[in-house]
Write a new protein. Structure first.
Length: 68
């Protein structure tokens, strides 16, 4: 996965995040989208996120992954 520095992350538009209102789970490329799906799954298992939130993140990440 490509490194995403804090400065680069700050430059990303909100649309490049799976949770734009929180600027969480960057999904600017397929590698980051796959990572977002994995982190969301972990958060659900740990009780930090609802299954509905995970589903929304997965949906947005899948769109990025399919674009390829």
């Amino acid at each position: 996965m490509a490194k995403l520095s804090e400065a680069d992350r700050d430059k990303l538009p909100a649309s490049k995040f799976a949770e734009p209102e929180k600027r969480a789970f960057p999904i600017e490329d397929a590698a980051h989208a796959k990572n977002a799906k994995a982190r969301a799954s972990q958060a659900v298992k740990a009780g930090r996120m609802s299954k509905a939130e995970e589903t929304e993140i997965n949906k947005k990440a899948d769109t990025v992954i399919k674009k390829g």
